[in-house]
Design a protein around this ligand. Structure first.
Ligand code: 3HC
Ligand code: NAI
Length: 697
């Protein structure tokens, strides 16, 4: 008997226990162990029923994702599930924690399912670029019906025990331990002489308009293939005999396994978990964190305070005047109203958070006991230095002092204090209580445990925290500036903003760069252009001023109803603003530029080359430590399509030599802007990839 699966006997019941920490993934050893245990119990005449259950945190969290991409070893999961279902003695799955993917599929192969009240089930394979590959698409809709089955598998959501019971996925909720639940259920089956109930023998799910469901799912997934292929697999369940449906499911599963989308999604899965796990912070304890301060209660300060309150922290917020304090309180209350409406908090909790956990003040002495303070005042170095000087005077020793600055030099801010080791950047994204990304900006002088405290805060707030070094724009905004400039250059040279937006949404971004600019407010870019013109444009950066005219006329994008697009009240999205193309043509004429044709491929190549090249420069300079750090910033802060894995993973899959060749070609026009990053050149020369750098840690 294997170590990970054990078989014990309790009277006529075989108890098959899975013990493969941390989440009982179905590794080859577990599959083998399960198969052997089932065969052994089946052959034992004294056994009348079998119970399968897991130890630790989960029944089974699914196939072992680490084995994907490697040659699969027998026994294969679909056959194992079929084998379990074929057992002539009743088999009971006694579930707790999560039963996901192959885990739920094993349970669906059993004849009965009982779960603890806190159990969750789901088929989340689409999040890995796959469909369920061990009978899930065939068995689940036989229990839930077509529509709920498709909804569960295309969303990949976790379904709680109560809903699973109502949907017919489980047969009973039991409040004892999984082992005891299973034992009691199996005893009852034996006593009552209940027959086996094989899900594969239930009627096939009903037909729907498959083509319409496929097209709608593809559109909703912005080009992600796997959810749409769930529809095709369920169609097979409805139209074919069970065994043929199973074969069709397996064919689609194996086909998706070979796609770049699957590789991208799995890179994202592991990247998301690895990104906050910094080798340099191993063994370093964060400082205690129960009360935090926030300076400035505008868009960002209010969002940060909201996130902290929802995470159970005490928050003291400082504003400049009583009116500003009231306005900040209003913003926080309105954010929390959103959580209340979505059922995330109760009315009582809302009152507790706004009345007890939140303190508002106009003087800094209220921060004397704060463990960590985040400054979110105006983006101005003198104002920030003034705030940090005051914090230095009032905060207790060991308090972490953080700035939410978007672009400013955190080391310079730290130098305004007598304790630069306690100063870091905590760069949140707007809206801060919604967006998952947090850049933890680490100046050279920062103490490791201050940095660890920044990551600990990120974890408490359920953020994806990424380490960034100090530079203009850190990781995300610096890359954004570059690909945004590439888009502006293309507009000057002949592409239209609408073509560029279309290509980038076609690539999978929720919005193109010009629609994003309308959302953020064109005044921000306008101010930035003025600042850059005053400082002198960076080498290779071409000035583009047609959007200034929009701003001068009071058009700032969505908030004024007009920008690159025109927005009508009550309608989602906008239509192209007819004033924009003439403005662009006028600027081209003034600059003596002749419009060139850009194909969709040209646009994509330039946009992505700019993004990848800046990412490589950032890596070469040590601003980001690992390519996966860059990937996670773009994924969680900038809407980069998860199924491409992130820009560096995408570049690997395209071939770095191809990206370099594109850059060399573009550099012939504008060498300063398109100079290939030295790191990219050396990786190509050595035949290595960004993934190789991830592995080096
Ligand atoms: N295979 C291998 N490792 C897995 C795993 C899996 N299926 N699921 C989780 N892990 C690992 C994680 O990588 C992590 O490892 P680490 O500690 O070394 O970083 C560890 O288990 C704990 O995971 P989390 O940090 O994510 O812990 P949480 O408690 O936050 O979440 C979870 C647990 C809900 C199980 C979450 O990990 C999860 O959603 N896992 C993926 C589940 C999934 O997608 N299953 C389907 C797999 S595909 C499949 O089954 C194909 C089949 O249809 C043929
Ligand atoms: P905002 O203008 O909405 O809010 C700033 C607030 O700070 C105002 O309410 C103001 O009254 C207050 N304030 C100014 N000086 C103060 C002082 N000395 N003491 C106390 N309060 C003071 O600005 P926003 O957008 O919230 O930005 C704040 C910071 O966050 C900036 O550094 C910005 O660059 C950064 N940031 C902004 C993002 C965004 O999308 N808006 C995203 C990420 C970072």
């Amino acid at each position: 008997m294997s170590d990970v699966v054990t078989l014990t006997r309790e009277g006529p019941i075989a108890l098959i226990e899975i013990n493969n920490p941390p989440v009982n993934a179905l590794s080859t050893a577990v599959r083998q162990g399960l198969q052997n245990a089932v065969l052994e119990a089946e052959a034992d005449d004294a056994i009348m029923a079998l119970v399968i259950y897991g130890t630790g945190r989960a029944f089974i969290a699914g196939a072992d994702i680490k084995e994907f991409g490697k040659p699969l070893q027998p026994p294969f999961l679909p056959e194992l599930c079929t084998r379990i279902e074929a057992c002539p003695k009743p088999v009971v799955a006694a579930m707790h924690g999560v039963s996901l993917g192959g885990g739920l599929e094993v349970a669906l192969g059993c004849h009965y399912r009982i779960a603890t009240p806190d159990a969750r089930v789901g088929l989340p394979e689409v999040h890995l670029g796959l469909i369920p590959g061990a009978g899930g698409t065939q068995r689940l809709p036989r229990l839930t019906g077509t529509e709920r089955g498709i909804e569960m598998m295309t969303s990949g959501r976790h379904v709680k025990a109560a809903e699973a019971l109502e949907a017919g996925i489980i047969d009973e909720i039991g409040t004892a331990s999984p082992r005891e639940n299973g034992l009691a259920f199996a005893t009852r089956i034996i006593e009552e002489g209940k027959p086996r109930r094989a899900v594969s023998e239930l009627p096939a799910p009903a037909a729907v308009d498959w083509d319409a469901a496929y097209a709608a799912t593809l559109k909703k997934g912005r080009g992600q293939l796997s959810p749409a292929m769930v529809v095709r697999a369920v169609q097979a369940a409805a139209e074919k005999p069970f065994a043929d449906g199973l074969a069709e499911e397996r064919r689609i599963f194996l086909e998706l396994m070979e796609t770049d989308q699957r590789k991208g999604m799995i890179h994202a899965f592991f990247g998301e978990r690895a990104v906050s796990n910094l080798p340099e912070l191993k063994g370093i304890d964060p400082r205690p964190l129960t009360a935090i301060g926030v300076i400035g209660g505008g868009t960002m300060g209010a969002g940060i305070a909201t996130a902290a309150l929802l995470a159970g922290l005490k928050v003291t917020l400082i504003e400049m005047s009583d009116e500003a304090t009231e306005a900040a309180k209003g913003r926080i209350a309105s954010n929390l109203q959103g959580a209340l409406k979505r059922g995330k908090i109760t009315e009582a909790k809302f009152t507790k958070l706004t009345e007890d956990a939140l303190t508002l003040a106009t003087t800094y002495d209220a921060l004397a006991d704060a463990d960590l303070v985040i400054e979110a005042v105006f983006e101005n170095m003198d104002v920030k230095k003034d705030v940090f000087t005051k914090l230095d005077a009032i905060c207790k020793p060991g308090a972490v002092l953080a700035s939410n600055t978007s672009y400013l030099d955190v080391a310079e801010i730290a130098a305004a204090t007598s304790r630069p080791a306690d100063v870091i950047g905590l760069h949140f994204f707007s809206p801060a209580h919604v967006m998952k990304l947090l850049e933890v900006v680490v100046p050279d002088a920062a103490a490791p445990d201050a940095v660890a405290t920044g990551f600990a805060l990120g974890k408490m707030l359920s953020k994806i925290s990424v380490r960034a070094g100090v530079c203009d724009g850190f990781i995300g905004n610096r890359i954004l500036s570059t690909y945004r400039a590439a888009a502006d250059h293309m507009v000057l040279d002949g592409a239209s903003p609408y073509e560029i937006d279309k290509v980038m949404t076609g690539f999978g971004f929720p919005m193109g760069p010009f629609a994003v600019a309308d959302l953020a407010g064109l005044d921000i870019g306008w101010a930035n252009r003025k600042r850059k013109r005053a400082e002198g444009l960076p080498p290779g950066m071409r000035d583009s001023s047609y959007a200034d005219t929009l701003c001068e006329d009071g058009h700032f994008g969505q908030k004024t109803g007009k920008g690159y697009y025109v927005y009508e009240a009550g309608k989602r999205g906008g239509t192209p603003n007819p004033d924009v193309l003439p403005l662009i043509e006028a600027e081209r004429a003034e600059k003596g530029l002749t419009a060139q044709d850009f194909t969709a491929d040209d646009i994509l190549a330039r946009y992505m080359a700019a993004m990848v090249n800046e990412g490589a420069k950032i890596l070469g300079e040590g601003i980001a430590r690992r390519p996966l750090d860059v990937d996670m910033v773009l994924l969680f802060g900038y809407g980069f399509p998860r199924y491409h894995g992130g820009p560096m993973k995408w570049a690997d899959m395209q071939g770095l030599d191809k990206i370099l060749a594109d850059l060399d070609r573009f550099a012939a026009e504008n060498p300063e802007f398109w100079t290939p990053a030295p790191l990219l050149r050396s990786l190509v020369a050595e035949g290595r990839t960004f993934e190789d750098l991830n592995k080096e840690g």
